[in-house]
Design a protein around this ligand. Structure first.
Ligand SMILES: [Zn+2]
Length: 290
């Protein structure tokens, strides 16, 4: 593995520990729903997630878009964050569902129940949603189905869908334009590039997983992300950036403006994937002789 600066290495290690739960159906890890201070990222993009699970509010004059409900038990934390920022949870008109793992979509039905928002789901994620075992037997809501490059618009804000297949079959990222001090920025809500805990050899549920995720790293490098966030705070250095935000002085760059950090992040996660792939292929070839 290439050399990584200390802070980044720490982040990777933390990621590896935390995200092991993301790709499986294991129970909710303790502490994941601890509150995190809700805050403006830039322009009309706000963080309303928990200490470990990203959730984002995009505000508009015609109501709001929520990205990711997370666990059902995350929803009250998200609602409190929205209200702490001075917005009404009832004004959420659209819920963009997170990627098809329980820690990002379990709360969709509850958010639908509370707000009657239209729920946006990627087409390639549909089979997972349709078979998802929702708490309390609620129906998993699906109102708008999107493909790559489709857009969702509300009150003058448009988000464009990008498929980042691999972590899940239709892992969706979203781009939007953000403005601050007269400048426009390429805002990016990443899906998950975490390829550490996936099965690449003999995966009957997803035979093309390795080639999909390789293509995703390639296309992720071409995204000109300037202000970027992700499905888990550890992926984009939430703790460090929020600490900088608290000490942010007028005239200094917004701590979430981080195009170089984005490029480093993609390369770092691609390297972790390649190491994982090599290990799995090596193990598969090391069959005991009968
Ligand atoms: Zn996941």
């Amino acid at each position: 593995m290439k050399f990584l600066p200390g802070k980044q290495t720490a982040r990777v290690l933390l990621t590896l520990i935390l995200v092991s739960a993301c790709s499986t159906l294991m129970a909710q890890p303790p502490g994941w729903n601890d509150p995190f201070p809700p805050h403006k990222v830039m322009d009309n993009l706000y963080y309303v997630g928990t200490s470990q699970l990203g959730s984002f509010l995009i505000t508009t004059p015609e109501g709001h878009i929520l990205h990711s409900s997370n666990y059902e038990t995350s929803v009250p934390v998200i609602k409190a964050g929205v209200e702490q920022l001075g917005f009404n949870f009832d004004d959420i008109r659209i819920l963009i569902s997170g990627h098809a793992h329980p820690d990002h979509i379990e709360g969709d039905a509850l958010v639908k129940e509370m707000t009657n928002a239209d729920v946006v789901v990627g087409r390639l994620e549909l089979p997972y949603h349709q078979s998802f075992d929702t708490p309390g037997g609620k129906q998993q809501p699906i109102d708008i189905i999107v493909d790559a490059e489709d857009t969702i618009s509300l009150g003058g804000t448009t988000l464009t869908a990008h498929v980042q297949a691999g972590h899940t079959k239709g892992c969706l990222a979203w781009s939007l334009t953000l403005e601050e001090n007269g400048r426009s920025y390429y805002g990016f809500i990443e899906c998950s590039l975490n390829g550490q805990f996936l099965r690449y050899v003999d995966n009957p549920d997803y035979p093309e997983i390795a080639s999909d995720i390789q293509q995703t790293y390639k296309s992720a490098k071409e995204i000109p992300a300037e202000v970027w966030v992700s499905s888990h705070g550890v992926f984009y250095g939430l703790n460090e950036k929020y600490a900088q935000l608290e000490n942010w002085q007028p005239g200094e760059p917004n701590p979430f403006y981080d195009p170089d950090g984005y490029k480093d992040h993609v390369e770092e996660f691609e390297q972790i994937f390649m190491d994982t792939l090599v290990r799995q292929v090596t193990e598969a070839n090391r069959q005991p002789a009968d």
